[in-house]
Ligand binder design. Structure first.
Ligand code: ADP
Length: 541
C-alpha cells in the first residue's frame, strides 16, 4: 500500500498539464477510431484550435510544396488571397519544403498570426497542419509548437490511413465495375467450395434466383466428362488443404432445359501472407466457338470432298484419253465433262478467296452504271442453255432498260448463286422465276423456285458461313449465300429468303437507289456495315 498523504491543491501549471493529457487522450482516441476518418480530422482540428485559442485551423495533404490539397478545416475560414503572398509563401516553404514547424507572429497585410507544423512519417512528407489567430488577440508563441509536434505523428499516420482507405475504396469500386462488366461468369467460393459471391454474367448464364446460389457448391452447377473429373477433385482438395491451384477444362452447365458447353478456369485465391482463402472460377460460354469448330470440321470435310471429286473425274478422263485411242467425236463428251469439273474447281477456289477477302476486309467494289435487264439476262443465259431439259426459266424486269449503279461482277455473282441454288435444290425441275422491280427507293430482285424448300429453323442460318441445311445434300461449300450477303450489304442493300418445305423458296436482295459519286466503295476498318452508307445503286431510265 502507498502511504496516503493529503492531495496538494493543483497549480496552474499542473492544471494545464492535466488538461493537456486529457486533450491528447481525447485526440488520440479520436484518431484511433475506425469509423469516420474524415470527421475525426475536423474534430481533432477543432479541439486543438480551441486549446490553442486559434480562430481557425486547416489541414493540407501534400507530397511536396507544389501539390497542397485542403483536407479539413475548422473554425473561421482562412482567406489566403488577403494575406501577404511573400510571407505566406515563406511560411508554407518552411513547413512543406524544409519540413520545419514555423510561426508568423503577425502577417504584414492582415494582422494575423499563424503557426504550422509539417506532418511527416519516416522523413516522408504527408501534409501540414496550420492554425491562425486574427487581431486583436495576442500572436502565437513558440511554446505552442511542442503540442502540435506531439499530435503531428499520429495525425500523419491517420492521414496516410485515410489516403489508403480512399485509394482502396476507389480500387474496389474499379474492380467491382470490371467484374460486373465481364462477359465471363465469375464465382467466388470458400475453402469448402461453397459459393460466396458471383457477378452479373453468372446470373445470366445459370438463370437462378440470387439466394439459390448461396446454398450451392460450385460443383453443383458445373459438369464435366470423365476426362476432366480429376481436375474437379484436385481443385476441391486444393481449396480444403490451402494449396495453390490453377487449371482450365471444358465442362457443361444447365441453362433451363438446355445444356451449354463452357470453358472453366480454376484458381485459388492467395492472400498477401500466402494463405489460401478460397477459390475463383471463371465460366465462359463457348457455344459459338463449339459451333464454329463443328462448322470448320464440316467445311474441311466438304471442301476436301469438293476438291477431290472433280480432280478424280478430271484425272480419270484424262487417263482414258491418254491410254485409249479416241477420235475427236469420242473425246468431245469427255472434254466437256473435264471443262465443267474445272469450272466447279474454279468456283470453289474463288469462294475460298472471297471468304479470305471478307475476313480481312479486302472485298472492294468496282461501281459502274449498268442495265439491270442486261445484267440479269447474261447471268441467266448459261442456265437456260444447260438446264433447258429439266427447268423452265421466266424473267420479268420493271422498268425495262433501267440502269443501276453497282459492281456488275459482284451482283452477277449473287444472281448466279441464287439461280444455281434454285436449280440445284429443285431436283425434280419446275419453273424458276426471276423478277426485278424498281420500288420507291430501291431495286428488289427475286429468284423463286419450286424445289425442296428450307425448314423454318434452318432458314435464319442459310446466310451463315459454312452453313448447309443438310450436310449430305448435293455438292456445295456453304459459302455462296454468306458471300452474297456480304456483297449486298457492302452495296448498302439487304438480302433475305422465305421458303416452304416441299413447295419451294424465294431468295431476294434489294439495292438502294441512293445517288452517290462514282467512287468505288472501298473496304474500311469498320467492316461491311459502315459501307452501307456509302451507297450505291442508282436507277435511271
Ligand atoms: P451451298 O454451296 O451449300 O449451296 P449456299 O451458301 O449457297 O451453299 O447455301 C447454303 C445452304 O442453303 C445450302 O447448302 C442449302 O441447304 C440451302 N439453300 C440455298 N438455296 C436454296 C434453295 N433455293 N432451296 C433450298 N435450299 C437452299
Amino acid at each position: 500500500m502507498f502511504p496516503t498523504t493529503p492531495d496538494p491543491p493543483p497549480s496552474v501549471a499542473s492544471m494545464s498539464a492535466i488538461r493537456l493529457i486529457g486533450l491528447l487522450h481525447g485526440l488520440f482516441a479520436k484518431l484511433g477510431q475506425r469509423g469516420d476518418l474524415e470527421g475525426a480530422l475536423s474534430e481533432v482540428l477543432g479541439e486543438l484550435g480551441e486549446f490553442l485559442g486559434a480562430d481557425g485551423g486547416f489541414l493540407l495533404s501534400a507530397s511536396d510544396l507544389s501539390n497542397l490539397r485542403l483536407l479539413a478545416e475548422s473554425g473561421a475560414s482562412f482567406h489566403e488571397d488577403t494575406m501577404d503572398k511573400e510571407q505566406l509563401h515563406e511560411f508554407y516553404n518552411e513547413i512543406f519544403r524544409e519540413q520545419r514547424p514555423t510561426i508568423i507572429r503577425t502577417m504584414r497585410a492582415e494582422a494575423t498570426s499563424m503557426v504550422g507544423v509539417p506532418l511527416v512519417i519516416d522523413g516522408r512528407l504527408i501534409g501540414g497542419m496550420c492554425f491562425f489567430r486574427a487581431e486583436p488577440k495576442s500572436p502565437f508563441a513558440y511554446e505552442d509548437i511542442p503540442l502540435l509536434g506531439i499530435v503531428a505523428l499520429p495525425l500523419a499516420i491517420h492521414l496516410e490511413n485515410l489516403e489508403f482507405a480512399r485509394s482502396n475504396a476507389a480500387r474496389r469500386a474499379e474492380l467491382e465495375a470490371i467484374v460486373a462488366s465481364m462477359v465471363d461468369g465469375l464465382l467466388q467460393v470458400d475453402s469448402w467450395g461453397l459459393i460466396v459471391s458471383f457477378n452479373e454474367a453468372v446470373r445470366n448464364l445459370f438463370g437462378l434466383p440470387d439466394a439459390e446460389f448461396y446454398t450451392l457448391y460450385w460443383d453443383d452447377l458445373v459438369r464435366t466428362g470423365d476426362r476432366h473429373v480429376e481436375i474437379f477433385a484436385d481443385f476441391n482438395r486444393a481449396l480444403r488443404e490451402g494449396q495453390p491451384f490453377a487449371a482450365r477444362c471444358p465442362a457443361t452447365i444447365q441453362q433451363g432445359d438446355r445444356e451449354i458447353p463452357v470453358s472453366i478456369n480454376f484458381n485459388t485465391i492467395v492472400e498477401a501472407s500466402g494463405r489460401i482463402t478460397g477459390g475463383v472460377l471463371s465460366v465462359r460460354d463457348v457455344t459459338i466457338e463449339a459451333q464454329i469448330d463443328r462448322m470448320k470440321d464440316e467445311f474441311i470435310a466438304t471442301v476436301s470432298h469438293e476438291l477431290k471429286t472433280p480432280i478424280t473425274t478430271i484425272s480419270g478422263f484424262l487417263e482414258m484419253m491418254i491410254t485409249r485411242p479416241m477420235n475427236r467425236v469420242e473425246q468431245l463428251p469427255l472434254l466437256e465433262l473435264i471443262h465443267s469439273e474445272t469450272g466447279r474447281l474454279g468456283r470453289l477456289i474463288n469462294d475460298m478467296l472471297d471468304l479470305s477477302k471478307i475476313q480481312s476486309n479486302r472485298l472492294s467494289l468496282d461501281l459502274k452504271r449498268v442495265r439491270m435487264d442486261g445484267l440479269i439476262k447474261s447471268c441467266l443465259k448459261p442456265f437456260e442453255m444447260r438446264h433447258k431439259s429439266t427447268h423452265r426459266f421466266e424473267l420479268k424486269v420493271e422498268p425495262n432498260r433501267a440502269m443501276i449503279h453497282a459492281d456488275p461482277d459482284r451482283i452477277s455473282q449473287v444472281l448466279v448463286n441464287f439461280i444455281s441454288n434454285a436449280v440445284k435444290y429443285s431436283p425434280d425441275g419446275g419453273t424458276i422465276s426471276l423478277a426485278a422491280q424498281r420500288l420507291d427507293d430501291s431495286w428488289r430482285v427475286e429468284v423463286h423456285d419450286l424445289g425442296i424448300g428450307i425448314p423454318d429453323d434452318a432458314l435464319p442460318h442459310v446466310f451463315d458461313r459454312f452453313y448447309r441445311v443438310n450436310e449430305n445434300q448435293t455438292a456445295g461449300s456453304g459459302l455462296g449465300l454468306y458471300i452474297s450477303k456480304e456483297i449486298i450489304e457492302r452495296h448498302g442493300g439487304q438480302i433475305g429468303a422465305h421458303s416452304v418445305v416441299g413447295q419451294g423458296s424465294t431468295f431476294w436482295f434489294s439495292l438502294p437507289l441512293q445517288t452517290k459519286d462514282d467512287k468505288a466503295a472501298k473496304p474500311t476498318k469498320q467492316g461491311s456495315k459502315s459501307l452501307r452508307n456509302h451507297a450505291i445503286a442508282r436507277a435511271e431510265l
